[in-house]
Ligand binder design. Structure first.
Ligand SMILES: Nc1nc2c(ncn2[C@@H]2O[C@H](COP(=O)(O)OP(=O)(O)OP(=O)(O)O)[C@@H](O)[C@H]2O)c(=O)[nH]1
Length: 305
C-alpha cells in the first residue's frame, strides 16, 4: 500500500435498480479474484459487498438493503431506513444504464432519496457497449442531472471491462485520506454463514410485502463448505426461515411452493457468485409465534446486543 498520507479509504454505497449491472461492476473490479470470505465477523452497519484495494485506495462497497425494496420504500418507513443507511457511507455510487431515456419508478425513488442526501454521488453509467455512438451516454447523464448534481460521472462497461479504473478513481477521490480499514487481501467482511443468512433474507424481503419482512429471520442449520470438508464437491447450506404466523409461512412458500423455489434459486445464484462454490441450498419455513420477543430465540438467531 502507498504512503499513508495520500491513501484514501472509505465506504461507498452501491445503488441502482435491478439489472443495471451492480454485481457485474463489482466482479469486474475484483477481476478474477474469487470472493473469498474472511472469518472476521461483520463490523459495519451495512452488509459489505466487497472491498477493493489498490496501492493508493481502499473502497468498501456496501449494500443498502432498504433500497432493494422500493415497494416498501414507498411506505415511508423503509425509505427512512434506507436514508439512514446511506448516511453511514462517504460516497454513493449510483448505477444507471447508458441507454436510459426516461426515469422509471424505481429510479424515481432513488433519485428522491439522493436529492435530499448530503453525500456526494458518482453517477456510474454502465453498458456503454450497447450504444451505437459512445458519446450518447451523455443523454442518460442529462436525464439524471435533472434530479441530482453528481460529483462525478463515470461511463463504463462492466462486461467489456471499460472505464472501471476511472470509476474507482472517481469514487476514491471523494473518500477521506486515511489508512486502510481492512487488510489488503480481504475481499469481504463477513462470515460465510452470516452472508448466507443475509442473502436468503434479502431475497425474501424482495418478494414479500407489509408485515412479512419484519417477521422473518433466517437460521443456518448446516453450512458445509468444500474448504472445511475436503471430501465435499458442493457447498451445502440448509436453512430455516422463521416467521411468526401460519399465514406468513403460506406467503413465503407460495402456491405449490413456487415462491420458496424462486427465493431459493435467487439466493443460490447470488451465493454461488459471491462464495465461489457450487451450492446445494435447502430451505424450510417454520412458524415460531413471538420469536422477536424471546431473548433466547433472538440469541439463537444471532441477534446479540
Ligand atoms: N451489455 C452489457 N450488459 C451488461 C453490462 N453489465 C452488466 N450487464 C448485464 O446486465 C445484466 C444484469 O447484471 P447484474 O450485474 O446482475 O445486475 P445487478 O444490478 O447486480 O442486478 P440485481 O442483482 O438484480 O440488482 C446481466 O445480464 C449482465 O450480463 C455491460 O457493461 N454491458
Amino acid at each position: 500500500m502507498g504512503a499513508e498520507s495520500d491513501f484514501r479509504c472509505g465506504f461507498a454505497a452501491l445503488l441502482g435498480r435491478p439489472n443495471v449491472g451492480k454485481s457485474s461492476i463489482i466482479n469486474a473490479l475484483l477481476k478474477e479474484k474469487v470472493a473469498a470470505v474472511s472469518p472476521k465477523p461483520q463490523t459495519t452497519r451495512n452488509a459489505v459487498r466487497c472491498i477493493y484495494t489498490t496501492a493508493s485506495e481502499q473502497i468498501v462497497f456496501v449494500d443498502t438493503p432498504g433500497i432493494h425494496a422500493p415497494k416498501h420504500a414507498l411506505g415511508g418507513f423503509m425509505l427512512k431506513e434506507a436514508e439512514e443507511a446511506l448516511l453511514s457511507v462517504d460516497v454513493v455510487c449510483y448505477v444507471v444504464e447508458a441507454q436510459d431515456r426516461a426515469v422509471g419508478e424505481k429510479d424515481g425513488i432513488i433519485l428522491k432519496m439522493l436529492a435530499s442526501l448530503s453525500r456526494p454521488v458518482v453517477l456510474a453509467v454502465n453498458k456503454i457497449d450497447k450504444l451505437a455512438r459512445a458519446e450518447d451516454y451523455k443523454k442518460a447523464v442529462a436525464l439524471y442531472e435533472k434530479f441530482i448534481k453528481p460529483a462525478a460521472v463515470a461511463p463504463l462497461s462492466a462486461n467489456k471491462g471499460r472505464g472501471l479504473e476511472e470509476l474507482a478513481a472517481a469514487i476514491s477521490a471523494l473518500l477521506p485520506r486515511q489508512p486502510a480499514i481492512y487488510p489488503e487481501d480481504m475481499l469481504m467482511d463477513s462470515t460465510e454463514r452470516f452472508l448466507a443468512s443475509e442473502v436468503i433474507r434479502e431475497k425474501i424481503l424482495r418478494h414479500t410485502d407489509e408485515e412479512v419482512p419484519h417477521s422473518v429471520a433466517v437460521l443456518i442449520d448446516e453450512f458445509k463448505s468444500p474448504d472445511e470438508h475436503p471430501g465435499e464437491k458442493l457447498c451445502t447450506i440448509r436453512a430455516t426461515v422463521i416467521v411468526e404466523r401460519p399465514g406468513q409461512k403460506g406467503i413465503i412458500i407460495g402456491k405449490n411452493g413456487t415462491m420458496l423455489k424462486q427465493i431459493g434459486s435467487e439466493a443460490r445464484r447470488e451465493l454461488e457468485e459471491r462464495l465461489g462454490y457450487k451450492l446445494f441450498l435447502q430451505l424450510w419455513v417454520k412458524v415460531k409465534p413471538g420469536w422477536r420477543k424471546s431473548p433466547e430465540e433472538l440469541r439463537r438467531l444471532g441477534y446479540r446486543s
